[in-house]
Design a protein around this ligand. Structure first.
Ligand SMILES: Nc1ncnc2c1ncn2[C@@H]1O[C@H](COP(=O)(O)OP(=O)(O)OP(=O)(O)O)[C@@H](O)[C@H]1O
Ligand SMILES: [Mg+2]
Length: 376
């Protein structure tokens, strides 16, 4: 039985468009419709120029191929879109044989997914190397610290003048501070396993915002929530998500109050099919995007490059671990964290998490899901 051509084309992962020798669209598949934000009914019989604009490489490269009857490719062409985020796609156009009436077949491959995979794996590699450094530091620093603390405590108890006692107490407190810092750094080294549960993302965010709102920092800040109500419950570790979102909210509040006059923090959620993320079984899952957008002072391009490094801070009382720890837990969820910022305009931190749902039959029990994440 011959299968309908459209069914086959729709199963192809790349966007495919077929045009006749005059550049009129004859066929297009589902992925091409998604990339170009059109429908079969709308695009068929249109000229190729109608797909992405008359000056766009999709049209100009196709015209060249129709004239020369030689195939052509263009890498990383930007596709501007009206309803969803812009994309980067690779374009390949091949002529169809003259004997069959000519024309051309256009193939569009969405690079966004590949690029986000590359970013995620380089983020993961970095975090692994921080883990090695952290383990080294912990080993070399923590042992002597406990000796110093013990000695200082002894001195504190034996000192007979007040000043010596206070000084020894100061040593104990500072040692505790360094120990806490080293412990915090150890999150990169321990390889702790997540405890995913089926949870409501917005409840987690509400909890974080409530917690952050009682902070003095939040006094002059307005926090707007723009939630996508269609986001279903997803499998994730609620405590870790809280930690991620709290670190990002704190950064935004600190940035907004650094100039004294407050500002606006928008917490936005949505589902994105353009940022599909591979699950442990290789299946591509849609991504849930959580954005923290502030209209604070922004980050200079030099500092933006250094954000991925643990301990980078511009705050007198900062440890510079907030973002690195957030990134670590996002990465453990197989997600990504990106920071976009314009100096003088504000900062947007975007967390993409795979929309992981219980597999049918597993019932979403924590036991099942835990064993799944341990495999990864
Ligand atoms: N929303 C933001 N607006 C402006 N700058 C930011 C924002 N978020 C982070 N930064 C910059 O990134 C740096 C690193 O942030 P990170 O959270 O890692 O550490 P920190 O906030 O300095 O210290 P800690 O989180 O440990 O208290 C900050 O010092 C700040 O310069
Ligand atoms: Mg911080």
């Amino acid at each position: 039985m011959a299968r309908p051509l459209q069914t086959i084309l729709d199963a192809v992962l790349d966007g495919v468009v077929v045009v006749d020798d005059t550049g009129r669209v004859e066929l297009l598949n589902a992925e091409a419709c998604r990339i170009l934000e059109t429908s079969v009914a709308h695009a068929e019989t249109e000229q190729v120029e109608a797909l992405a604009g008359p000056d766009h490489p999709v049209a100009s490269v196709t015209r060249k191929v129709l004239e020369s009857a030689r195939s052509a490719i263009a890498d990383e062409v930007p596709i501007r879109r009206r309803f969803s985020e812009d994309l980067i796609a690779d374009l390949a156009v091949a002529p169809l044989p003259e004997s069959d009436g000519g024309g051309a077949v256009i193939v569009l491959r969405d690079r966004t997914i590949q690029n986000s995979l590359r970013d995620a794996s380089s983020q993961r590699e970095k975090l692994v190397s921080y883990g090695h450094i952290a383990a080294g530091i912990a080993h070399e620093v923590k042992n002597p610290l406990s000796g110093i603390r013990g000695a200082a405590e002894l001195l504190e108890g034996r000192a007979d003048d007040d000043r010596a006692r206070r000084t020894a107490g100061l040593i104990v407190r500072e040692v505790d501070r360094i120990t806490a810092l080293v412990d915090e750094l150890m999150v990169f080294a321990k390889g702790e396993v997540l405890d995913p549960q089926l949870l409501n993302l917005h409840q987690v965010l509400d909890g974080v915002i409530e917690l952050a709102a009682v902070d003095r920092l939040a006094e002059k800040v307005r926090i707007d929530r723009v939630y996508d109500p269609s986001i279903p419950e997803l499998l994730a570790d609620g405590n870790r998500l809280t930690q991620i979102f709290l670190n990002l909210t704190r950064n935004a509040l600190q940035a907004l109050s650094s100039e004294g006059d407050g500002g606006l923090l928008t917490v936005r959620t949505r589902v994105s099919l353009d940022h599909r993320i591979p699950a442990t079984d290789g299946q591509m899952l849609p991504a849930v995007i959580v954005e923290f957008q502030d209209d604070g002072p922004g980050i200079s391009p030099e500092n933006l490059e250094r954000l991925a490094t643990p301990f980078f801070t511009t705050k007198s009382d900062g440890t510079g671990l907030g973002l690195a720890v957030a990134r670590h837990w996002v990465s453990q969820h197989h997600g990504t964290l990106d920071v976009k910022s314009v100096l003088g305009e504000g900062t947007t931190v975007r967390v993409s998490l795979p929309l992981k749902r219980p597999t049918p039959g597993s019932g979403g029990t924590p036991g099942n899901t835990r064993s799944e994440s341990e495999k990864s």
